[in-house]
Design a binder for this molecule. Structure first.
Ligand SMILES: Nc1ncnc2c1ncn2[C@@H]1O[C@H](COP(=O)(O)OP(=O)(O)OP(=O)(O)O)[C@@H](O)[C@H]1O
Ligand SMILES: [Mg+2]
Length: 479
């Protein structure tokens, strides 16, 4: 099928054309035949009425000279040809033969009817009869009535040409109007459909652009119809994809930058180690620094892997009861050497218990991120406290420190990837909190921050394990 036939424009205009043609056809069939039969029936009824009316007068004018006058005058009055037949007896009945008086002038167009069927019928029935006859290719309406005790038959005949003329006129006008309506419908339909198709093509081009990675040109459509709604949806998709593309670029740029720093540092140390005059103490110091950079690279690589898995939805988490009390003790034990090294006082205070529902290893990972931050980003000698309790149907693990306070407008930004506060004490990649929040969300929990000068609290909330077991009953608090 050619593109022209398959196009929406052609199909829509053809559909419109068909609808208009069908509507006009119905109008034609409803109007023309009924108009024709109405006009013919009306004329026939008029002739029948006139016949009834003229019969008594015809009875009075039975002699021949009077009959001629009578038919002339009557024809003039009723506007039809008037004929009188005299019946003649034949074996088995009566015959009417040719008219003895006729209002019409002689000639081929006015041939005298012989044995007219309507007149014969009237003679047989003895009452007024009416009907249509065709004589010499012309249609007539006729009405007849016998009178003079069956000796005569009065016949009125009128050609239906004038009625048919009116019908033909209406017929011509309807056909003309139909032709004009079809042309207009075709033009309007094709014009409208062409504009509609043009909007579809514009959307198609926009979709191609977006598929090709070009998110710069906005998708616009001024129509308020379904196509307009589609364009709005396309525009939403474009904006979202542009944001995702920006985020992806930013992520790649940040990740490359973060990877480059320790790599540069390692390359520098390798150069320095090449120096043969290096004393043993400096060499060991360099090796220590290199180990630190390798550890940083390893952590960065595993953080990036976690984020990639989280983004792709490929990171699976268990749903198991996690005792946050035991977990906080484990964290305190694990970080005790680090806290001692940085001069922090690390303690679980007050000791509490709350069993959340989540993945134990991932919960431990989040706890590590929060405790590590509290130890790295606060001044030495300050206290870091771990608290476990239940609140609002959640099991909560809080890590509280005595840092200077994080400005309110920055607090949500901490959870963005690669974000670090200006003047941060220790160098990190800015990924820890982003991973912590995404992991918590994956377990239907959350990580929040509250900070005032001298006190910053990061809290992990997980759904209560007891609540999940007793569902759908109201949540209970487990202490
Ligand atoms: N307890 C805290 N007190 C003060 N500032 C904090 C605290 N925790 C985090 N921050 C600030 O939030 C920033 C983001 O923390 P996040 O853990 O995401 O990254 P990071 O610690 O810098 O690097 P890493 O990816 O190694 O964890 C930190 O750089 C720091 O500026
Ligand atoms: Mg961190």
């Amino acid at each position: 099928m050619s593109r022209f036939v398959r196009s929406v424009g052609t199909r829509l205009s053809l559909a419109l054309l068909l609808v208009v043609a069908a509507a006009l056809g119905i109008v034609y069939l409803a109007v023309v035949p009924s108009l024709r039969s109405h006009l013919e029936d009306t004329r026939l009824a008029q002739l029948a009425a006139a016949t009834t009316h003229l019969a008594p007068e015809a009875t009075k004018a039975t002699n021949f000279c009077c009959q001629d006058d009578f038919v002339e005058t009557s024809a003039h009055d009723v506007g039809a040809r008037v004929m009188i037949f005299q019946t003649t007896p034949i074996p088995g009945g009566l015959s009417i033969g040719s008219p003895i008086a006729d209002s019409s002038v002689a000639g081929p167009a006015h041939a005298e009817p012989t044995n007219d069927p309507i007149a014969t019928k009237a003679l047989e029935s003895g009452s007024v009869e009416q009907g249509f006859v065709t004589d010499g290719g012309v249609h007539y309406a006729e009405a007849a009535v016998p009178y003079g005790r069956g000796a005569f038959v009065l016949l009125l005949r009128d050609s239906l040409e004038s009625q048919l003329g009116s019908v033909h006129l209406v017929q011509r006008r309807v056909l003309l109007a139909a032709g004009a309506a079809l042309v207009i419908a075709l033009l309007l339909g094709y014009g409208g459909a062409w504009m509609f198709a043009r909007r579809i093509r514009r959307l198609e081009r926009a979709a191609d652009r977006i598929a090709g990675g070009d998110f710069d040109v906005p998708v616009r459509d001024s129509g308020g119809d379904e196509l307009g709604d589609l364009a709005v949806a396309f525009e939403r998709m474009r904006v979202r994809l542009a944001q995702l593309d920006d985020a992806r670029r930013e992520f790649v740029a940040n990740a490359s930058h973060e990877l480059r720093t320790p790599l540069f540092s390692l390359a520098g140390f390798l150069e320095l180690l090449d120096d043969e005059s290096l004393d043993e103490a400096t060499r060991l110091e360099f090796l220590d620094s290199m180990r630190e950079q390798v550890a940083r690279l390893t952590k960065l690589a595993s953080d990036l892997l976690d984020l990639t898995r989280l983004d792709a939805g490929r990171l699976r988490v268990e749903r198991e009861p996690v005792d946050l009390g035991a977990l906080s003790e484990e964290l305190a034990e694990e970080f005790a050497p680090t806290a001692a090294a940085s001069g922090h006082e690390l303690a679980v205070r007050p000791a509490g218990t709350a069993v959340g529902l989540g993945d134990e290893l991932r919960t431990l990972q989040i706890g590590r991120i929060l405790v590590e931050n509290a130890l790295r980003h606060t001044p030495p000698g300050t206290a870091v406290r771990l608290k476990v309790f239940t609140h609002g149907g959640c099991a909560v693990l809080e890590v509280e420190d005595e840092s200077g306070g994080i400005p309110r407008e920055r607090q949500e930004q901490l959870f963005e990837r690669f974000f670090r506060l200006e003047g941060t004490r220790a160098s990190g990649s800015g990924l820890g909190l982003a991973i912590a929040r995404q992991l918590a969300q994956l377990m239907d929990g959350s990580v929040t921050v509250e900070s005032v000068p001298g006190r910053t609290v990061f809290a992990l909330q997980l759904p209560l394990a007891a609540q999940a077991e007793r569902r759908p009953e109201p949540a209970g608090i487990l202490d």
